[in-house]
Design a protein around this ligand. Structure first.
Ligand SMILES: *[C@@H]1O[C@H](CO)[C@@H](O)[C@H](O)[C@H]1NC(C)=O
Ligand SMILES: *[C@@H]1O[C@H](CO)[C@@H](O)[C@H](O)[C@H]1NC(C)=O
Ligand SMILES: *[C@@H]1O[C@H](CO)[C@@H](O)[C@H](O)[C@H]1NC(C)=O
Ligand SMILES: *[C@@H]1O[C@H](CO)[C@@H](O)[C@H](O)[C@H]1NC(C)=O
Length: 337
């Protein structure tokens, strides 16, 4: 009886020891594994920090580009390139649809838009495009995004739009346009002083760059012209011209390769430059041209176009004159110990 009782107790103790020993070893190895993981995470973080420090220009991964496109300036071709590239180059393209087809946005919607665009990290880097007048992000306490845009010779744009409403374009030829069936030529329209061809309707590119001030809406307003010029220089990263769309794409690729890598090649190969041609266009008569050119609105819009063109050519010239330019730092004092 006694012997029989003693043996299980000893076995029990031994078993307990073995179990404890086993648990201790298991515990040790788990701790070692966790330490390894922590170490790996720290290494990874160091790697991320280092790669962030190595970014040569802007932090591409946080980039917000806003293209407040002017209608009938070739914007569809350019946006098409962005849509084709976005998956490969890992950025998002978003169309900003403004109901009521107005180019101005209410104050509350401006604020919402600015906050949304600024905080929507899962979309970054992103290109937002839509038909709306310039918005000053700093007015809402947000960092400025990179605005880009394209403008076109004002009369060409006006005539193109005129015929577009009547005959559509080769982009969506099946779509019946607003003025379909109206065969009046642009010359007739101007000469008969049809409201549609009132030169005041050419007041468009200036307000797009001028922004949301009341004066921006007034055709022929001098302050609006100056404000548009000022914004173009200080608040736009790059403004190209429709007539030199390929150069615009190329400069974007050179200056923002993280987003636009391969854009120039793609633009050339995919015939995007011919994408959206208004179907029928008669060259205007000299009398028509004279009449338009005598209007103050045309003169101001044209001055703005020439201003943008000169600036764009200047940017282009600097690029071609300074191939492979490097900006570096030296004479850093005090010297590291
Ligand atoms: C914008 O949204 C409205 C309403 O949902 C829609 O009818 C319209 O087609 C949209 N515009 C574009 C250009 O997609
Ligand atoms: C931005 O707006 C979209 C659509 O309304 C919404 O899904 C998204 O969560 C918003 N993001 C932020 C950061 O507000
Ligand atoms: C582009 O145009 C050329 C000549 O006009 C044509 O040969 C080529 O197939 C076109 N490429 C595409 C992708 O449409
Ligand atoms: C129209 O103007 C251009 C250049 O100013 C001139 O060369 C041309 O002869 C003119 N055409 C007519 C029909 O007057």
């Amino acid at each position: 009886m006694l012997i029989i009782k003693k043996i299980p107790r000893l076995t029990y103790l031994l078993l307990l020891l073995v179990v404890f020993g086993f648990l201790a070893i298991l515990y040790q190895s788990q701790i070692a594994k966790i330490q390894e993981k922590i170490h790996a995470i720290e290494k990874h973080q160091e790697h991320i920090d280092a790669s962030l420090r190595e970014k040569p220009l802007l932090k591409v991964e946080d980039l917000i580009l806003i293209y407040n496109r002017v209608p009938k300036t070739g914007s569809t071709s350019f946006v098409g390139v962005a849509y084709d590239l976005c998956k490969k180059n890992k950025f998002h393209v978003l169309h900003v649809n403004i109901s009521a087809n107005s180019h101005t946005i209410t104050l509350d919607n401006q604020l919402k838009f600015v906050q949304n665009v600024t905080n929507w990290n899962s979309m970054k880097p992103a290109l937002y495009h839509g038909h709306f007048a310039f918005i000053d992000f700093s007015k809402f306490g947000a960092p400025k995004p990179l605005f880009i845009n394209l403008i076109r010779r004002p009369l060409d744009r006006f005539i193109s739009y005129y015929y577009f409403l009547r005959y559509g374009d080769n982009f969506r030829p099946y779509l019946v346009r607003k003025k379909h069936g109206n065969t009046m030529t642009f010359d007739e329209c101007v000469m008969q002083q049809v409201p549609e061809c009132d030169p005041n309707n050419m007041w468009l590119q200036i307000p797009f760059f001028c922004g949301h001030a009341a004066n921006c809406r007034k055709p022929g307003n001098k302050w609006a012209l100056n404000e548009a010029k000022k914004n173009l220089i200080t608040n736009y990263f790059l403004v190209g011209v429709t007539e030199e769309l390929e150069d615009f794409v190329q400069i974007l690729e050179q200056s923002l390769p993280g987003i636009f890598e391969g854009a120039t090649d793609h633009f050339r190969r995919s015939n995007k430059s011919h994408l959206r041609r208004t179907v029928q266009k008669d060259a205007p008569k000299n009398a028509t041209l004279e009449k338009i050119r005598s209007s103050q609105v045309w003169q101001m819009e044209n001055e703005f176009y020439e201003f943008a063109l000169e600036q764009f050519h200047f940017v282009k010239k600097i690029f071609s004159k300074n191939k492979g330019q490097v900006v570096m730092y030296e004479k850093i004092r005090p010297k590291p110990a």
